[in-house]
Design a protein around this ligand. Structure first.
Ligand code: BG6
Length: 300
């Protein structure tokens, strides 16, 4: 669909407009009485979310690249239909292909409470079918209000069951890692990627002082990012997600990635709601699975 067609069918005055921000890269700009948000159609990638009167909740690197087929550093990348490396083919992209392929807009609507609802669907192609030989659909439903509600909905339209790994790989904006504690994972088991997947147990709140790359398993609990610098907490509530990933690349890895900027890693932390490792989902033919995350701000 062209930009003009998109605006004709799905724009809503005072709620949603579509713009081209780089060649081939279209963004849905959402502005309502509660918040502002931008969603890039490639990857159905929520790039920004900022409740009115608040600092941004989502971190987007100032050096993020917006280009066809490239993943965007920051925002809410969708890891789907696997999380991390593919289990048998190392040539396939890490975290799946959903974040780097085109999605289409299926629906936009203004809700009675002033929020905005948008629904996107991944567009299947030869490329996606070659990497994922299962008949399925995946949609992202986003509600932009005072809180941001994100639903990743997968349906198995095949005749056989398949295994699904997934995550909303959300980058959160914080004042500084030294002033931030992530709570909600006490006594949780995790696999520590920094220590070659060692099995560990979380003892207390997490303060990031070096590279952190952990997959917490069997946890449905809310997480709260307490930020003394911004005097606020970001609450991450979730449904049908049994894994939480906490990631900060720290200095050396961030420098190597080239799209963080100097000390960019100090102003972000990823707290990802998903189903990974032991928690991957088996989806029976005809079944639908819905991963939900809701991000809201509380005063500290
Ligand atoms: C995290 C992984 O979820 O994503 C890390 O646990 C990975 O191992 C990080 O480095 C970022 O991945 P990418 O592919 O977006 O650079």
């Amino acid at each position: 669909m062209t930009l003009a067609e998109l605006n004709q069918r799905f724009a809503i005055g005072n709620h949603v407009q579509f713009k081209e921000i780089a060649a081939g890269m279209i963004v849905a700009e959402v502005a309502n009485q509660h918040a502002l948000a931008n969603i890039v159609l490639q990857g159905a990638h929520i790039a920004t979310f900022q409740p009115r009167g608040e600092e941004p909740v989502i971190w987007l690197s100032p050096y993020a690249k917006f280009a066809p087929g490239k993943s965007i550093r920051g925002g809410v990348p969708i890891c789907w239909p696997w999380f991390g490396p593919h289990k048998s083919d190392s040539k396939l992209p890490g975290h799946g292909f959903a974040r780097t392929v085109p999605w289409e807009v299926l629906e936009t609507k203004a809700l009675p409470d002033g929020s905005t609802f948008l629904r996107f669907g991944l567009i299947e192609s030869e490329t996606t079918r070659a990497q994922w030989p299962h008949a399925s659909t995946v949609q992202l439903a986003v509600t932009v209000g005072k809180a941001l509600r994100v639903e990743l909905i997968t349906t198995n339209t095949d005749t056989k069951a398949f295994e699904l790994g997934e995550a909303l790989h959300t980058y959160f904006h914080i004042s500084d890692v030294a002033k931030t504690t992530i709570r909600g994972l006490d006594n949780c088991a995790y696999l520590d990627k920094v220590q070659n997947f060692a099995h560990c147990t979380q003892k207390d709140g997490i303060v990031i002082e070096s590279e952190v790359d952990r997959v917490y398993i069997n946890t449905a609990a809310d997480c709260v990012i307490e930020d003394k610098g911004l005097k606020r907490a970001i609450r991450i509530a979730k449904q049908d997600s049994m894994s939480t990933v906490v990631w900060n690349p720290w200095t050396e890895k961030a420098d190597k990635m080239g799209d963080f900027g100097e000390n960019g890693h100090r102003g972000m932390v990823c707290v990802e709601s998903g189903n990974a490792m032991e928690n991957i989902v088996t989806l029976a033919p005809g079944a639908t699975h819905k991963l939900v995350a809701v991000y809201s701000v509380e005063k500290l």
